[in-house]
Ligand binder design. Structure first.
Ligand code: AMP
Length: 112
């Protein structure tokens, strides 16, 4: 989608630090990390949020596979990590392209 920040990152029009890509997903480092490791995993197809994800068979499986690959590559599979998906205003979703935050590298504590 033309004016979508994450579509433009996927297309290479906006620079990012890509750490993983496959047929379903692209993963890159968050520009404002909330943890020592903070990676965003985004589907290649433009899906606004998780409410729409079920309309795309295979998408969540593809993202789960990407999460596991990135977590292992970043050395988080043994120490642990958090995956969160903000949806809508109350969750603070600022980019309307489904994205998974993968956070790790320290004890994360409880989340509000
Ligand atoms: P959310 O608030 O869940 O919509 O998350 C959007 C995330 O995108 C935030 O954590 C931002 O720091 C991150 N972000 C915004 N612009 C960029 C960018 N150009 N490259 C990488 N991450 C970005």
């Amino acid at each position: 989608m033309q004016n979508c920040l994450f579509c433009r990152i996927i297309a290479g029009e906006i620079p990012s630090t890509v750490v993983y890509e496959d047929d379903w997903a692209v993963a890159f480092r968050d520009i404002a990390p909330a943890a020592p490791i903070h990676i965003l995993l985004v589907p290649r197809i433009h899906v606004r949020n998780i409410l729409e994800a079920g309309s795309h068979p295979g998408l969540m499986d593809g993202l789960a596979k990407a999460v596991a690959a990135v977590a292992r590559a970043e050395g988080l599979d043994m120490s642990g990590f958090r995956v969160s998906i903000n949806t809508g205003a109350d969750a603070g979703q600022t980019v309307e392209h489904l994205h998974l935050h993968l956070l790790g590298g320290r004890a994360l504590g409880l989340m509000g």
